[in-house]
Design a protein around this ligand. Structure first.
Ligand SMILES: [Zn+2]
Length: 237
Protein backbone atom coordinates (compact mmCIF):
# COMPACT_ATOMS: atom_id res chain seq x y z
CA UNK A 1 0.00 0.00 0.00
CA UNK A 2 1.46 3.39 -0.94
CA UNK A 3 0.81 6.31 1.32
CA UNK A 4 -1.01 9.21 -0.25
CA UNK A 5 0.17 12.79 0.09
CA UNK A 6 -3.15 13.37 1.74
CA UNK A 7 -2.23 11.05 4.60
CA UNK A 8 1.09 12.86 5.07
CA UNK A 9 -0.68 16.22 5.20
CA UNK A 10 -3.30 14.92 7.59
CA UNK A 11 -0.63 13.44 9.89
CA UNK A 12 1.06 16.85 10.07
CA UNK A 13 -2.23 18.58 10.71
CA UNK A 14 -3.27 16.09 13.41
CA UNK A 15 0.08 16.41 15.21
CA UNK A 16 -0.37 20.19 15.12
CA UNK A 17 -3.86 19.84 16.61
CA UNK A 18 -2.38 17.71 19.42
CA UNK A 19 0.28 20.32 20.18
CA UNK A 20 -2.29 23.14 20.19
CA UNK A 21 -4.55 21.26 22.62
CA UNK A 22 -1.54 20.56 24.83
CA UNK A 23 -0.18 24.09 24.65
CA UNK A 24 -3.51 25.64 25.62
CA UNK A 25 -4.01 23.26 28.55
CA UNK A 26 -7.08 21.59 27.07
CA UNK A 27 -5.32 18.20 27.16
CA UNK A 28 -2.26 16.93 29.00
CA UNK A 29 -1.53 13.31 28.09
CA UNK A 30 -5.23 12.37 28.06
CA UNK A 31 -7.61 13.19 25.24
CA UNK A 32 -7.18 12.77 21.50
CA UNK A 33 -8.10 14.36 18.20
CA UNK A 34 -8.78 12.37 15.03
CA UNK A 35 -9.46 13.00 11.37
CA UNK A 36 -11.35 10.91 8.83
CA UNK A 37 -9.17 10.12 5.81
CA UNK A 38 -11.89 8.41 3.73
CA UNK A 39 -14.93 6.15 4.15
CA UNK A 40 -12.88 3.41 5.84
CA UNK A 41 -9.88 5.03 7.54
CA UNK A 42 -9.31 7.34 10.49
CA UNK A 43 -6.08 8.87 11.77
CA UNK A 44 -5.93 9.27 15.55
CA UNK A 45 -3.50 10.36 18.25
CA UNK A 46 -1.86 7.26 19.82
CA UNK A 47 -2.53 5.74 23.22
CA UNK A 48 -0.33 7.29 25.90
CA UNK A 49 2.43 5.11 27.30
CA UNK A 50 5.85 5.56 28.91
CA UNK A 51 7.10 6.33 25.39
CA UNK A 52 4.12 8.34 24.09
CA UNK A 53 3.71 11.20 26.51
CA UNK A 54 2.05 14.64 26.42
CA UNK A 55 0.09 15.99 23.49
CA UNK A 56 2.59 18.83 23.21
CA UNK A 57 5.25 16.38 22.02
CA UNK A 58 3.23 14.64 19.27
CA UNK A 59 4.72 14.29 15.79
CA UNK A 60 3.23 13.19 12.46
CA UNK A 61 4.75 9.69 12.61
CA UNK A 62 3.14 9.03 16.02
CA UNK A 63 -0.39 9.16 14.59
CA UNK A 64 -2.19 5.81 14.21
CA UNK A 65 -4.29 4.62 11.28
CA UNK A 66 -7.44 2.66 12.26
CA UNK A 67 -10.61 1.44 10.57
CA UNK A 68 -14.15 2.31 11.65
CA UNK A 69 -14.23 -0.72 13.98
CA UNK A 70 -11.17 0.63 15.80
CA UNK A 71 -8.67 -1.90 14.39
CA UNK A 72 -5.14 -0.73 13.70
CA UNK A 73 -4.33 -0.69 9.98
CA UNK A 74 -0.63 0.21 9.97
CA UNK A 75 0.85 1.34 6.65
CA UNK A 76 4.14 2.82 5.45
CA UNK A 77 3.78 6.07 7.38
CA UNK A 78 2.61 4.42 10.58
CA UNK A 79 5.05 4.40 13.48
CA UNK A 80 3.53 1.29 15.08
CA UNK A 81 1.91 2.94 18.09
CA UNK A 82 -1.35 1.66 19.61
CA UNK A 83 -4.61 3.58 19.19
CA UNK A 84 -6.20 5.01 22.36
CA UNK A 85 -8.60 2.77 24.28
CA UNK A 86 -11.31 5.40 23.81
CA UNK A 87 -11.08 5.30 20.00
CA UNK A 88 -14.75 4.22 19.91
CA UNK A 89 -15.79 7.81 20.74
CA UNK A 90 -14.39 8.70 17.33
CA UNK A 91 -15.33 5.67 15.23
CA UNK A 92 -18.95 5.60 16.38
CA UNK A 93 -19.39 9.34 15.75
CA UNK A 94 -17.96 8.88 12.24
CA UNK A 95 -20.43 6.05 11.62
CA UNK A 96 -23.38 8.10 12.90
CA UNK A 97 -22.43 11.43 11.31
CA UNK A 98 -21.36 11.24 7.64
CA UNK A 99 -20.92 15.04 7.71
CA UNK A 100 -18.24 14.85 10.43
CA UNK A 101 -14.63 14.62 9.27
CA UNK A 102 -12.86 15.43 12.54
CA UNK A 103 -13.46 14.64 16.22
CA UNK A 104 -11.66 16.16 19.22
CA UNK A 105 -12.02 14.57 22.67
CA UNK A 106 -10.50 16.36 25.66
CA UNK A 107 -10.79 16.46 29.44
CA UNK A 108 -10.62 20.28 29.30
CA UNK A 109 -11.21 21.60 32.81
CA UNK A 110 -13.80 24.36 32.61
CA UNK A 111 -16.26 22.83 30.11
CA UNK A 112 -15.99 19.52 31.99
CA UNK A 113 -16.74 21.29 35.29
CA UNK A 114 -19.90 22.91 33.91
CA UNK A 115 -20.96 19.53 32.51
CA UNK A 116 -20.58 17.98 35.97
CA UNK A 117 -22.89 20.50 37.64
CA UNK A 118 -25.23 20.84 34.65
CA UNK A 119 -24.65 24.60 34.29
CA UNK A 120 -25.66 25.63 30.75
CA UNK A 121 -22.90 26.92 28.47
CA UNK A 122 -24.85 29.82 26.99
CA UNK A 123 -23.84 31.88 23.94
CA UNK A 124 -22.53 34.91 25.83
CA UNK A 125 -19.34 35.72 23.96
CA UNK A 126 -18.89 36.93 20.39
CA UNK A 127 -17.10 34.58 17.94
CA UNK A 128 -16.85 31.73 20.45
CA UNK A 129 -20.63 31.37 20.71
CA UNK A 130 -21.08 29.75 17.29
CA UNK A 131 -20.05 26.43 18.82
CA UNK A 132 -23.18 26.42 21.03
CA UNK A 133 -25.62 27.86 18.52
CA UNK A 134 -27.75 24.74 19.08
CA UNK A 135 -28.90 24.81 22.70
CA UNK A 136 -28.43 23.28 25.18
CA UNK A 137 -25.09 21.47 24.90
CA UNK A 138 -26.13 17.78 25.10
CA UNK A 139 -24.80 15.44 27.78
CA UNK A 140 -23.69 11.80 27.75
CA UNK A 141 -24.37 11.00 31.42
CA UNK A 142 -21.61 8.47 32.02
CA UNK A 143 -18.04 8.83 33.29
CA UNK A 144 -16.80 5.39 32.20
CA UNK A 145 -13.91 5.02 29.79
CA UNK A 146 -15.44 4.69 26.33
CA UNK A 147 -13.74 1.39 25.52
CA UNK A 148 -16.54 -0.37 23.59
CA UNK A 149 -18.51 0.27 20.43
CA UNK A 150 -21.72 0.31 22.51
CA UNK A 151 -20.44 3.13 24.75
CA UNK A 152 -19.14 5.00 21.68
CA UNK A 153 -22.57 4.66 20.07
CA UNK A 154 -24.03 6.13 23.27
CA UNK A 155 -21.78 9.18 22.92
CA UNK A 156 -22.74 9.55 19.24
CA UNK A 157 -26.43 9.29 20.15
CA UNK A 158 -26.09 11.96 22.85
CA UNK A 159 -24.18 14.26 20.46
CA UNK A 160 -26.96 13.98 17.86
CA UNK A 161 -26.60 16.77 15.31
CA UNK A 162 -24.70 19.10 17.69
CA UNK A 163 -21.11 20.33 17.37
CA UNK A 164 -20.15 19.67 20.99
CA UNK A 165 -21.26 17.31 23.77
CA UNK A 166 -20.47 16.81 27.45
CA UNK A 167 -19.15 13.46 28.63
CA UNK A 168 -20.35 14.03 32.17
CA UNK A 169 -17.65 13.65 34.82
CA UNK A 170 -15.12 12.99 32.06
CA UNK A 171 -14.70 15.63 29.32
CA UNK A 172 -16.15 16.80 26.03
CA UNK A 173 -16.22 16.08 22.31
CA UNK A 174 -16.12 18.64 19.53
CA UNK A 175 -16.86 17.66 15.93
CA UNK A 176 -16.69 19.45 12.59
CA UNK A 177 -16.13 19.08 8.87
CA UNK A 178 -12.44 19.92 9.32
CA UNK A 179 -9.85 19.23 11.99
CA UNK A 180 -9.15 22.93 12.29
CA UNK A 181 -12.80 23.69 13.07
CA UNK A 182 -13.16 20.78 15.52
CA UNK A 183 -10.04 21.99 17.38
CA UNK A 184 -11.20 25.60 17.38
CA UNK A 185 -14.60 24.35 18.61
CA UNK A 186 -12.95 22.82 21.68
CA UNK A 187 -10.99 26.04 22.32
CA UNK A 188 -14.09 28.20 21.93
CA UNK A 189 -16.16 25.91 24.17
CA UNK A 190 -13.55 26.25 26.93
CA UNK A 191 -13.51 30.07 26.67
CA UNK A 192 -17.27 30.14 26.71
CA UNK A 193 -17.43 27.80 29.69
CA UNK A 194 -15.05 30.09 31.59
CA UNK A 195 -17.21 33.14 30.84
CA UNK A 196 -20.37 31.27 31.90
CA UNK A 197 -18.64 30.20 35.12
CA UNK A 198 -17.58 33.77 35.93
CA UNK A 199 -21.04 35.12 35.09
CA UNK A 200 -22.55 32.57 37.52
CA UNK A 201 -20.12 33.80 40.22
CA UNK A 202 -21.09 37.43 39.59
CA UNK A 203 -24.72 36.49 40.20
CA UNK A 204 -26.15 38.90 37.64
CA UNK A 205 -28.35 37.80 34.73
CA UNK A 206 -26.25 37.78 31.55
CA UNK A 207 -27.31 38.99 28.14
CA UNK A 208 -27.57 35.86 25.99
CA UNK A 209 -26.67 36.67 22.40
CA UNK A 210 -29.88 36.27 20.36
CA UNK A 211 -29.94 33.91 17.37
CA UNK A 212 -30.14 36.66 14.68
CA UNK A 213 -26.93 38.22 16.08
CA UNK A 214 -25.20 34.84 16.16
CA UNK A 215 -26.27 34.16 12.58
CA UNK A 216 -25.01 37.58 11.47
CA UNK A 217 -21.69 36.92 13.24
CA UNK A 218 -21.41 33.60 11.42
CA UNK A 219 -22.03 35.23 8.05
CA UNK A 220 -19.31 37.81 8.62
CA UNK A 221 -16.66 35.53 10.12
CA UNK A 222 -13.47 35.06 8.15
CA UNK A 223 -12.46 31.46 7.40
CA UNK A 224 -10.84 29.61 10.32
CA UNK A 225 -7.49 29.63 8.47
CA UNK A 226 -6.20 32.73 10.24
CA UNK A 227 -7.16 31.52 13.71
CA UNK A 228 -5.62 28.12 12.97
CA UNK A 229 -2.36 29.74 11.78
CA UNK A 230 -2.18 31.73 15.02
CA UNK A 231 -2.57 28.66 17.24
CA UNK A 232 -0.29 26.51 15.06
CA UNK A 233 2.49 29.07 15.45
CA UNK A 234 1.87 29.26 19.19
CA UNK A 235 2.28 25.47 19.39
CA UNK A 236 5.36 25.19 17.17
CA UNK A 237 7.90 23.00 18.99
ZN1 LIG B 1 -11.40 10.59 27.84
Amino acid sequence: MTASLDEREQRDLLATACRILGKLGLSDYLGHPSVRLDAERVLIKPKHSPRVRGLQTMQAQDMVLIDLDGRRLGGPLDGGEEPPSERFIHTEIYKARPDVRAVVHTHQPMATLLGIVGLDILPLLHVESSVVQQQPVPTFPCAELVTTQALGAGVAHALGSHRVCHLQGHGIVSVAQTLQEATLGAIHLERLAEVNYKVALLGRPPRVIPSPELESLQRHLASPAGRWAYYAELATP
